[in-house]
Design a binder for this molecule. Structure first.
Ligand SMILES: C[S@@+](CC[C@H](N)C(=O)[O-])C[C@H]1O[C@@H](n2cnc3c(N)ncnc32)[C@H](O)[C@@H]1O
Length: 286
Protein backbone atom coordinates (compact mmCIF):
# COMPACT_ATOMS: atom_id res chain seq x y z
CA UNK A 1 0.00 0.00 0.00
CA UNK A 2 2.78 2.37 1.01
CA UNK A 3 4.64 1.64 -2.26
CA UNK A 4 1.45 2.17 -4.26
CA UNK A 5 0.88 5.57 -2.65
CA UNK A 6 4.50 6.52 -3.30
CA UNK A 7 4.31 5.48 -6.96
CA UNK A 8 0.99 7.26 -7.48
CA UNK A 9 2.34 10.37 -5.83
CA UNK A 10 5.46 10.16 -8.02
CA UNK A 11 3.46 9.76 -11.25
CA UNK A 12 1.06 12.58 -10.36
CA UNK A 13 3.90 14.98 -9.73
CA UNK A 14 5.52 14.50 -13.15
CA UNK A 15 3.58 17.22 -15.03
CA UNK A 16 3.91 19.58 -12.07
CA UNK A 17 7.65 18.96 -11.81
CA UNK A 18 8.18 19.52 -15.53
CA UNK A 19 6.17 22.73 -15.32
CA UNK A 20 8.07 24.17 -12.36
CA UNK A 21 11.55 23.09 -13.42
CA UNK A 22 11.29 24.23 -17.05
CA UNK A 23 9.13 27.28 -16.35
CA UNK A 24 11.98 29.78 -16.60
CA UNK A 25 11.82 33.14 -18.27
CA UNK A 26 15.57 32.80 -18.75
CA UNK A 27 15.34 29.99 -21.32
CA UNK A 28 16.87 31.54 -24.41
CA UNK A 29 14.26 32.49 -27.05
CA UNK A 30 16.47 31.18 -29.88
CA UNK A 31 15.69 27.62 -28.76
CA UNK A 32 12.01 28.29 -29.57
CA UNK A 33 10.92 26.08 -26.69
CA UNK A 34 7.15 26.52 -26.61
CA UNK A 35 5.06 25.27 -23.70
CA UNK A 36 4.32 22.05 -25.61
CA UNK A 37 7.93 21.47 -26.59
CA UNK A 38 8.94 21.82 -22.94
CA UNK A 39 6.37 19.21 -21.97
CA UNK A 40 7.41 16.91 -24.78
CA UNK A 41 11.03 17.14 -23.66
CA UNK A 42 10.12 16.65 -19.99
CA UNK A 43 7.92 13.62 -20.64
CA UNK A 44 10.52 12.00 -22.90
CA UNK A 45 13.06 12.48 -20.13
CA UNK A 46 10.72 10.98 -17.56
CA UNK A 47 9.90 8.01 -19.82
CA UNK A 48 13.58 7.41 -20.57
CA UNK A 49 14.16 7.09 -16.86
CA UNK A 50 11.64 4.21 -16.94
CA UNK A 51 13.06 2.64 -20.13
CA UNK A 52 16.78 2.64 -19.39
CA UNK A 53 18.20 1.51 -16.03
CA UNK A 54 19.33 4.83 -14.63
CA UNK A 55 21.05 5.81 -11.42
CA UNK A 56 19.80 9.41 -11.34
CA UNK A 57 16.40 11.09 -11.40
CA UNK A 58 14.76 12.73 -14.39
CA UNK A 59 14.47 15.82 -12.17
CA UNK A 60 18.24 16.11 -11.95
CA UNK A 61 18.35 15.73 -15.75
CA UNK A 62 15.74 18.49 -16.06
CA UNK A 63 17.79 20.74 -13.79
CA UNK A 64 20.79 20.33 -16.11
CA UNK A 65 18.55 20.85 -19.13
CA UNK A 66 17.44 24.16 -17.66
CA UNK A 67 20.99 25.45 -17.25
CA UNK A 68 21.91 24.42 -20.80
CA UNK A 69 18.78 26.03 -22.23
CA UNK A 70 19.29 29.24 -20.25
CA UNK A 71 22.71 29.64 -21.86
CA UNK A 72 22.66 31.65 -25.08
CA UNK A 73 23.48 29.56 -28.15
CA UNK A 74 26.46 31.75 -29.02
CA UNK A 75 28.15 30.86 -25.72
CA UNK A 76 30.70 28.15 -26.62
CA UNK A 77 31.00 24.84 -24.81
CA UNK A 78 30.21 21.15 -25.09
CA UNK A 79 28.28 19.16 -22.55
CA UNK A 80 30.29 16.40 -20.86
CA UNK A 81 29.07 13.35 -19.01
CA UNK A 82 31.52 11.35 -16.92
CA UNK A 83 29.93 8.11 -15.81
CA UNK A 84 27.13 6.88 -18.01
CA UNK A 85 26.36 3.25 -16.97
CA UNK A 86 23.62 2.20 -19.47
CA UNK A 87 23.34 5.67 -21.02
CA UNK A 88 20.10 6.74 -19.28
CA UNK A 89 21.25 10.19 -18.19
CA UNK A 90 23.23 10.56 -21.43
CA UNK A 91 20.13 9.84 -23.55
CA UNK A 92 18.33 12.68 -21.75
CA UNK A 93 21.26 15.07 -22.00
CA UNK A 94 21.54 14.25 -25.72
CA UNK A 95 17.91 15.35 -26.24
CA UNK A 96 18.76 18.70 -24.67
CA UNK A 97 21.99 18.98 -26.67
CA UNK A 98 19.99 18.47 -29.85
CA UNK A 99 17.73 21.41 -29.01
CA UNK A 100 20.68 23.56 -27.94
CA UNK A 101 22.93 22.58 -30.88
CA UNK A 102 25.69 21.29 -28.61
CA UNK A 103 27.89 18.21 -28.56
CA UNK A 104 27.68 15.65 -25.75
CA UNK A 105 30.99 14.00 -24.86
CA UNK A 106 30.49 10.77 -22.93
CA UNK A 107 33.47 9.54 -20.90
CA UNK A 108 33.36 6.10 -19.31
CA UNK A 109 35.41 2.94 -18.98
CA UNK A 110 32.34 1.10 -20.33
CA UNK A 111 33.67 -1.64 -18.02
CA UNK A 112 32.05 -0.41 -14.82
CA UNK A 113 33.76 1.02 -11.75
CA UNK A 114 37.49 0.57 -11.26
CA UNK A 115 38.84 -1.11 -8.14
CA UNK A 116 38.45 1.41 -5.32
CA UNK A 117 41.55 2.71 -3.58
CA UNK A 118 41.66 1.93 0.15
CA UNK A 119 41.91 5.66 0.91
CA UNK A 120 38.60 6.20 -0.93
CA UNK A 121 35.67 6.46 1.49
CA UNK A 122 33.26 5.61 -1.32
CA UNK A 123 35.08 2.41 -2.27
CA UNK A 124 32.40 0.09 -0.93
CA UNK A 125 31.40 -0.93 -4.48
CA UNK A 126 32.58 -4.07 -6.24
CA UNK A 127 34.98 -3.63 -9.14
CA UNK A 128 32.88 -3.61 -12.32
CA UNK A 129 29.69 -2.35 -10.65
CA UNK A 130 27.59 -0.25 -13.03
CA UNK A 131 28.89 -2.14 -16.03
CA UNK A 132 27.43 -0.72 -19.22
CA UNK A 133 29.14 -1.91 -22.42
CA UNK A 134 29.61 0.70 -25.15
CA UNK A 135 27.38 -1.17 -27.64
CA UNK A 136 24.47 -1.26 -25.21
CA UNK A 137 24.89 2.41 -24.30
CA UNK A 138 24.94 3.37 -28.00
CA UNK A 139 21.81 1.30 -28.67
CA UNK A 140 19.93 2.93 -25.79
CA UNK A 141 20.85 6.42 -26.93
CA UNK A 142 20.04 5.60 -30.56
CA UNK A 143 16.60 4.41 -29.51
CA UNK A 144 15.68 7.02 -26.92
CA UNK A 145 18.03 9.97 -27.34
CA UNK A 146 19.89 11.85 -30.07
CA UNK A 147 23.00 9.84 -30.89
CA UNK A 148 24.02 12.28 -33.63
CA UNK A 149 25.01 14.74 -30.88
CA UNK A 150 27.17 12.23 -28.99
CA UNK A 151 30.84 11.38 -28.98
CA UNK A 152 32.05 8.46 -26.87
CA UNK A 153 35.43 8.41 -25.12
CA UNK A 154 36.22 4.96 -23.75
CA UNK A 155 38.83 4.47 -21.02
CA UNK A 156 39.77 5.30 -17.44
CA UNK A 157 39.33 8.96 -16.61
CA UNK A 158 42.97 9.50 -15.65
CA UNK A 159 43.93 8.38 -19.18
CA UNK A 160 41.17 10.00 -21.24
CA UNK A 161 40.37 13.30 -19.50
CA UNK A 162 43.85 14.85 -19.86
CA UNK A 163 43.08 14.84 -23.62
CA UNK A 164 40.00 17.03 -23.15
CA UNK A 165 40.84 20.35 -24.77
CA UNK A 166 37.53 21.87 -25.84
CA UNK A 167 35.46 24.39 -23.89
CA UNK A 168 32.88 22.82 -21.61
CA UNK A 169 29.55 24.47 -20.75
CA UNK A 170 28.30 21.81 -18.37
CA UNK A 171 29.76 18.62 -16.97
CA UNK A 172 27.76 15.94 -15.21
CA UNK A 173 30.01 13.87 -12.95
CA UNK A 174 28.26 10.72 -11.80
CA UNK A 175 31.26 8.60 -10.94
CA UNK A 176 30.64 7.26 -7.42
CA UNK A 177 34.25 7.10 -6.22
CA UNK A 178 36.08 9.98 -4.56
CA UNK A 179 39.19 9.46 -6.64
CA UNK A 180 37.19 9.37 -9.88
CA UNK A 181 35.45 12.61 -8.88
CA UNK A 182 38.77 14.28 -8.12
CA UNK A 183 40.24 13.26 -11.50
CA UNK A 184 37.18 14.66 -13.27
CA UNK A 185 37.23 17.97 -11.40
CA UNK A 186 40.98 18.47 -11.90
CA UNK A 187 40.82 17.95 -15.68
CA UNK A 188 37.44 19.48 -16.47
CA UNK A 189 37.53 22.65 -14.37
CA UNK A 190 40.21 24.39 -16.52
CA UNK A 191 38.06 23.72 -19.62
CA UNK A 192 34.86 25.14 -18.15
CA UNK A 193 33.69 28.36 -19.77
CA UNK A 194 33.42 31.46 -17.57
CA UNK A 195 29.95 30.55 -16.30
CA UNK A 196 30.28 26.81 -16.88
CA UNK A 197 28.53 24.30 -14.62
CA UNK A 198 29.50 21.14 -12.80
CA UNK A 199 26.68 18.90 -11.61
CA UNK A 200 27.36 15.85 -9.45
CA UNK A 201 25.55 12.85 -8.05
CA UNK A 202 26.36 11.32 -4.61
CA UNK A 203 25.51 14.77 -3.24
CA UNK A 204 24.09 13.30 -0.01
CA UNK A 205 27.60 12.32 1.08
CA UNK A 206 29.05 15.37 2.79
CA UNK A 207 32.66 14.15 2.61
CA UNK A 208 32.25 13.66 -1.16
CA UNK A 209 30.78 17.15 -1.61
CA UNK A 210 33.61 18.59 0.48
CA UNK A 211 35.92 18.71 -2.54
CA UNK A 212 33.96 21.79 -3.62
CA UNK A 213 34.46 23.46 -0.23
CA UNK A 214 38.08 22.52 0.43
CA UNK A 215 40.27 25.62 0.58
CA UNK A 216 43.40 23.46 0.49
CA UNK A 217 42.29 21.62 -2.66
CA UNK A 218 41.35 24.74 -4.63
CA UNK A 219 44.46 26.62 -3.53
CA UNK A 220 46.74 23.70 -4.48
CA UNK A 221 45.33 22.90 -7.94
CA UNK A 222 43.63 26.09 -9.10
CA UNK A 223 45.11 28.85 -6.93
CA UNK A 224 41.69 30.15 -6.00
CA UNK A 225 39.08 29.86 -3.28
CA UNK A 226 36.60 26.97 -3.47
CA UNK A 227 33.43 27.44 -5.51
CA UNK A 228 31.07 25.72 -3.05
CA UNK A 229 28.22 23.42 -4.04
CA UNK A 230 24.48 24.09 -4.21
CA UNK A 231 22.54 21.17 -2.81
CA UNK A 232 25.40 19.60 -0.82
CA UNK A 233 23.95 16.97 1.47
CA UNK A 234 20.33 17.38 0.44
CA UNK A 235 20.22 17.70 -3.34
CA UNK A 236 18.28 20.37 -5.14
CA UNK A 237 14.82 21.12 -3.79
CA UNK A 238 12.88 20.03 -6.85
CA UNK A 239 9.63 19.03 -5.23
CA UNK A 240 10.27 15.82 -3.40
CA UNK A 241 9.01 15.57 0.16
CA UNK A 242 9.75 13.33 3.04
CA UNK A 243 6.76 11.08 3.38
CA UNK A 244 8.68 8.27 5.17
CA UNK A 245 9.20 6.24 7.19
CA UNK A 246 12.46 5.03 5.72
CA UNK A 247 13.57 1.53 6.58
CA UNK A 248 16.95 2.82 7.75
CA UNK A 249 15.43 5.92 9.25
CA UNK A 250 18.29 6.54 11.62
CA UNK A 251 20.74 7.28 8.81
CA UNK A 252 18.45 9.33 6.62
CA UNK A 253 18.01 13.05 6.75
CA UNK A 254 14.40 14.17 6.63
CA UNK A 255 14.05 14.48 2.92
CA UNK A 256 14.01 12.40 -0.21
CA UNK A 257 17.15 13.42 -2.06
CA UNK A 258 16.72 13.02 -5.79
CA UNK A 259 18.02 15.86 -7.79
CA UNK A 260 21.74 16.51 -7.91
CA UNK A 261 23.97 19.31 -6.74
CA UNK A 262 25.85 21.88 -8.76
CA UNK A 263 28.36 24.65 -8.85
CA UNK A 264 29.48 27.22 -11.40
CA UNK A 265 32.95 28.37 -12.36
CA UNK A 266 32.37 31.93 -11.12
CA UNK A 267 30.89 30.88 -7.76
CA UNK A 268 32.60 31.43 -4.45
CA UNK A 269 32.04 29.28 -1.40
CA UNK A 270 34.62 30.39 1.11
CA UNK A 271 34.57 31.92 4.55
CA UNK A 272 36.89 34.91 4.67
CA UNK A 273 36.40 36.52 8.06
CA UNK A 274 38.79 35.52 10.80
CA UNK A 275 38.96 37.92 13.73
CA UNK A 276 42.70 37.45 14.24
CA UNK A 277 43.92 37.07 10.62
CA UNK A 278 44.09 39.58 7.78
CA UNK A 279 41.12 39.20 5.38
CA UNK A 280 41.93 36.59 2.68
CA UNK A 281 40.11 38.25 -0.17
CA UNK A 282 37.35 40.80 -0.54
CA UNK A 283 34.88 38.78 -2.61
CA UNK A 284 34.76 36.26 -5.38
CA UNK A 285 36.43 32.94 -5.78
CA UNK A 286 39.61 34.08 -7.50
C1 LIG B 1 26.64 5.35 -11.25
S1 LIG B 1 27.27 4.98 -12.82
C2 LIG B 1 26.63 6.31 -13.81
C3 LIG B 1 25.14 6.36 -13.84
C4 LIG B 1 24.52 7.21 -14.90
N1 LIG B 1 25.01 8.57 -14.92
C5 LIG B 1 23.02 7.23 -14.71
O1 LIG B 1 22.46 8.27 -14.32
O2 LIG B 1 22.41 6.18 -14.92
C6 LIG B 1 28.98 5.34 -12.64
C7 LIG B 1 29.79 5.20 -13.93
O3 LIG B 1 31.07 5.77 -13.71
C8 LIG B 1 32.04 5.04 -14.43
N2 LIG B 1 33.35 5.29 -13.80
C9 LIG B 1 33.59 5.54 -12.48
N3 LIG B 1 34.90 5.77 -12.26
C10 LIG B 1 35.51 5.71 -13.49
C11 LIG B 1 36.86 5.91 -13.92
N4 LIG B 1 37.84 6.22 -13.06
N5 LIG B 1 37.12 5.81 -15.25
C12 LIG B 1 36.13 5.51 -16.13
N6 LIG B 1 34.83 5.30 -15.77
C13 LIG B 1 34.52 5.41 -14.46
C14 LIG B 1 31.57 3.59 -14.36
O4 LIG B 1 32.03 2.83 -15.44
C15 LIG B 1 30.03 3.77 -14.38
O5 LIG B 1 29.52 3.62 -15.69
Amino acid sequence: MYRFILKTYYALTVPISIFFILNSALIHPDYKLSFFKKYRLGFRMFLNKMRIPTGTSYKSHLAMALKILETPPNEPGDVVECGTWKGGSAANLSLVCKIAGRKLLIFDSFEGLPKGDESDRQAFYETGDYYGPLDEVKKNIEKYGAIECCEFVKGWFDETLPGLNTPVLLAFLDVDLELSLETCVRHIWPNLVERGYIFIDEYVTLDYCAIFWSEEYWKRYFNRLPPGLMGAGTGLPLGEYYIGPWSDNENRPLHHPNAGAWTRKDFSGAWIHFPDVKQLSKRGGK
